[in-house]
Design a protein around this ligand. Structure first.
Ligand code: B12
Ligand code: SF4
Length: 462
């Protein structure tokens, strides 16, 4: 059977990305799990054209909530051409009933336990409507099919060593999507890291862990890092801020080639952190924690969210300076987005604060899909854009780059330089985050689902 796995995407900037930095792991992981008797292609809509006249028998769509309207558009086009269409990923998992309006079959949760059964059923033309994936042990996971990635991705080696996170941040679906914290055998992870059939030196050098929270289980991460030392790679991941108190871990991170850590700092406001149930973040320690990473030359990337109930226009706009003051090297600035499967979603639903009539395209992390507490949705959007523009202004970018020249090791500096220039270029050429109020591409498709998208009976088992 011919299978096209499509990782769906809607550009989140007005003119898209100038360069495609790092790919998702989902498509190339599913391709690696596919029995060798099938022909599989992985199409990342972010970089590749969609071919509706493909010879594929089965179209497998993976998508986040913000990309659901495009996934539904693709599904309609493929169905028109007589293809079998299936869907999985975070959106289909939490909105299976809605997704089934457009596709033949949906997988809820992780797919390792059911992917080959699903393919067999498709071959027999006997797909079930719903497949329930179990969160299984992460043994025998094959190396992702890096060979199927478009040459347009700058970095290619994305790896996953663990799944899940023991924390329960109110806006995050990880605890429900990937229940429990599970680790892969270290030998398997090392074998992914040793895959080296890439064209450019940086693609051979960089290992990007797409884990939810890689450093949680200290014994495991320390063993993994010991094994990574002789490989002389440059690696990055996301972690909780409390790692800053574990100097043994930080030293090992440095020794094994860590160049970047992403922290979800989220906010400079105590009440917002409480709202977010982000108990591990201590505002008074932000600067000191970042310094601990800088001491080892590691670049600190950090996520900040605008739109918590305590946020005002002023507090949001102020963050551009605050994040520079505490030493963040690369900021990621998003708008609070209540995804299905989170505590935040339940709260907004109960308080009738979800915007009726706004489709899932508003749930891409850069638009407003709920009613904020202290301002209007338009004001929140405007404050976020002001924050984004000033954080990536030439002035603030120069401050970060100048500091990083003296604090970061080579790989970390190069990455910091690259990412800051990437965002600063967007800001100075006015390639802003896309505002869906001004874009009606998905209006018709979204109109069809706005009545059911927040209907809780659409959730069939998560
Ligand atoms: C790595 C990651 C990223 C990376 C890579 C993005 C990407 N496109 O993959 C980066 C940092 C760029 C990123 C960015 C964002 N992310 Co992100 N990210 C993750 C993370 C931590 C891991 C995902 C992953 O690779 N897992 C490993 C792979 C192997 O598993 P998987 O994708 O879940 O797929 C499994 C199953 O879902 C299933 N499956 C998936 N698709 C399909 C399709 C078919 C047909 C089948 C059969 C099965 C199947 O099979 C797989 C194996 O079990 C998740 C958290 C999580 N636990 O999911 C958040 C997560 C996916 N991200 C999320 C969000 C919101 C975003 C942003 C919008 C954040 C923002 N505010 O900007 C941006 C969007 C950017 C973009 N361009 O896509 C949300 C999505 C929620 C939702 N309902 O949509 C998640 C769940 C985190 C959360 N907050 O809850 N992210
Ligand atoms: S620490 Fe990160 S992965 Fe874990 S629940 Fe919070 S946001 Fe999600």
């Amino acid at each position: 059977m011919n299978i096209d796995i499509i990782v769906v995407y809607i550009p989140r900037y007005e003119r898209g990305h100038e360069i495609h930095f790092v790919p998702p792991i989902t498509g190339i992981h599913l391709a690696a799990l596919t029995p060798a008797s099938h022909n599989v292609k992985v199409i990342h809509q972010q970089t590749d054209q969609i071919n509706f006249d493909t010879d594929a028998d089965l179209i497998a769509l993976s998508f986040f909530s913000g990309f659901a309207p495009e996934a539904y558009r693709l599904a309609k086009e493929f169905k028109k051409r007589g293809k079998m269409v299936i869907a999985g990923g975070p959106h289909a998992t939490f909105s299976p009933k809605e997704t089934l309006n457009f596709v033949d079959s949906v997988i809820i949760g992780e797919s390792e336990s059911v992917w080959s059964t699903m393919i067999q059923d498709a071959e027999r033309n006997a797909l079930k409507k719903i497949y329930y994936g179990q969160a299984t042990a992460l043994e025998n996971i094959p190396t992702p099919r890096y060979d199927l990635l478009s040459s347009r991705f700058f970095v290619k080696r994305v790896v996953q060593a663990t799944r899940g996170c023991p924390n329960h941040c109110s806006f995050c679906t990880v605890p429900t999507l990937n229940p429990g914290f599970r680790t892969r055998p270290i030998a398997d992870v090392i074998s992914d890291i040793k895959y080296n059939d890439f064209r450019y030196w940086w693609q051979k050098k960089v290992v990007w862990f797409w884990d939810d929270n890689l450093t949680i289980k200290r014994n495991y991460i320390k063993k993994l890092l010991e094994e990574m030392i002789p490989l002389k790679k440059w690696w990055l991941t996301q972690a909780s801020m409390d790692i800053a108190n574990d100097s043994e871990l930080l030293d090992l991170m440095k020794k094994s080639g860590c160049i970047g850590i992403f922290f979800g700092i989220e906010s400079f406001d105590e009440n917002s952190l409480k709202d977010a149930q982000k108990t591990s973040n201590k505002i008074g320690e932000y600067r000191k924690s970042i310094k601990e990473l800088h001491k080892r030359g590691i670049c600190v990337m950090a996520g900040f969210i605008s739109g918590f109930d305590s946020d005002s226009k002023e507090s949001i706009e102020k963050m551009a300076k605050q994040l520079n003051d505490i030493g963040v090297d690369v900021p990621f600035l998003s708008i609070l987005t209540p995804y299905r499967g989170t505590a935040a979603y339940q709260q907004f639903l109960q308080k009738e604060r979800l915007c009726k009539g706004k489709g899932w395209e508003f749930f891409n992390g850069y638009n407003v899909g709920f009613i904020p507490a202290k301002m209007t949705g338009e004001e929140l959007l405007l404050s976020h854009r002001k924050l984004w523009s000033s954080a990536f202004s030439a002035e603030y970018t120069a401050v970060r780059l100048f500091r990083s020249l003296f604090t970061l090791r080579l790989g970390a500096f190069l990455m910091c330089l690259f990412m800051n220039v990437f965002y600063c270029f967007k800001a100075t050429t006015k390639n802003y985050p896309k505002n869906f109020e001004n874009d009606d591409t998905y209006r018709d498709i979204s109109k069809k689902i706005v009545d059911i998208m927040h209907d809780d009976s659409s959730n069939l088992g998560c």
